[in-house]
Design a protein around this ligand. Sequence first.
Ligand SMILES: O=C(O)CCC(=O)C(=O)O
Ligand SMILES: [Fe+2]
Length: 201
Amino acid sequence: MAPEPLEPEQIPACIRENVQDFSEEISKVGGLMLELLSEALGLAVNHLKEEMGCAEGMGLACNYYPHCPQPKLALGITHHTDIGFITILSQDHVGGLQVVHRGHWVNVPPVLEALVVNIGDMLQFKSVEHRVIVNNLEPRVSTICSFGNGFTLKSRMYGPIKELLSEENPPIYREIFIEEFFFKSYKKGFDGNSYLPQLKL
Ligand SMILES: O=C(O)CCC(=O)C(=O)O
Ligand SMILES: [Fe+2]
């Protein structure tokens, strides 16, 4: 959806207006989250959003999980971390999203009108490991907005934030073009391991 918005005709007519409105509003929320995260890190308020361009590329995915006759044998989405900077997720009332917490899968139950914000690999405080399980009663719908889309920010290089480095806090990862990071992460697939360890210095 950003930096180049889709042509209206590229969005199915029945959801066109909703998708356009939702994208506009959710980018404001994403921008605000990035400002708050910058402040929390002791950086200038616009550091992540403006200087690093973390909100420039935005992808929107609408996920549909059909009900499954044998939920114990299937997953909706396998164990993974999101690749971009942050993901803002809105889920319906069905539930199924789980995150790894202290080595265990923990449910993230839907809360009416609440959004879930996931830290992704590109931000890496510690990107959240998650998956979606399925059920045999009803289908589930979720919408995810990921900020930091490597396919639209091709020429940008990302690495440790220089302002946060010191002798006591040396860099852990090397820099990489965001396009290369996305390409390699997708190529590897959602197997529960992020591509980040490959960048360790
Ligand atoms: O459907 C969900 O709740 C999460 C989907 C997800 O993790 C993803 O699309 O990356
Ligand atoms: Fe995800």
